[in-house]
Design a binder for this molecule. Sequence first.
Ligand SMILES: [Zn+2]
Length: 366
Amino acid sequence: MSLYPAPEESGFYGHVDKAIYDARPDIKAVIHAHPPALVSFSIVRKLPDMNIIPQAKHVCGPMGYAKYALPGGEELGEKIADEFKKGVMSVIMENHGTVVGGSDLKDAFVRFETLEFSARTIINASTIDSPKYLSDSQIEVFESSIPKDLPELAEVEHPAAELSIRRNISELIRRSCEQGLMIGSYGTVSVRWKKNDFLITPRNIPRWEIGVEDIVQIRDGKREPGKLPSRAISVHAEIYKSNPHINSIILTQPPHIMAFGVSMAKLDVRTIPESWVFLQDIPVVEFGQQFDRAKDLAGMFSRNTPAVIIRTDSIIVTGDKLLQTFDRLEVAEFSARSLIMGKPLGNLSPISELQIEDLRKKFLPE
Ligand SMILES: [Zn+2]
């Protein structure tokens, strides 16, 4: 949610909005803004390719491109409305910014946020390497991969411990969104409750809006009645089954970690002692494993491998307490950011093998 709003332009743009509403009765809300990454695309006159992460193409819909026109003039309104008439849900305005439509303000905002996030990921990945895009068929596989829903529980109880987990998840997911570690259209958080039972975030709700009552209880392989768990549920279930030491999981797409996720550059956390001690080495698995090889993916985690990147999808971070998992995620994102920012200065000089051994002995004794 950490996006930059446009300067106050109300009145100035009234007829742009009207032209869009006249052209597209299905659009009920419009956001016009100049967020930095989308403006970067606008001033080099390019459209960001939404095949950069699995949900973006579907969430954002096709994009249009409107040639420059004087702000506040009718010509600009016409040029933008002409693009919307083609059926697009958002438009890049040449040397200006973006206009995004939605069925309501929330819908428009999720789209706007995902667009800016995708643009940032492409820019960050281009700084360290070059972004690799998903094919249309990979995106189709993703869209059709909604898991067969677990059967519903006959009865559900919410003892105090269960309620406290709900509060933790809901609070932490809001914090992740506020700190730019998660966006509304993607991300799953879960916490083990007892044995292999756990609580997990739902699907189809913008992440920054998930409340205590939206969290889904999973008990004995069944789900809380009337609620749909996240699509990533099978990976979470398998991780808990095969890793008794793991009690919480965050799956998300932070914009600097994802620069490594969508390119072939390695997220080498041998940057500073804290990064390596928190994360050790972060392996990468290919896109698709989260659907058809969830068990293999779960088997990659261990005490020495708390985080795994799924290429062009997300990072999965695990830990004991949820706060510990969140700390790891934060450290990983900061490390990724330092690597990207350091790139124009020179190549990473990593901590040596000998220094790593010292860190292992002191901080991670067997
Ligand atoms: Zn403007």
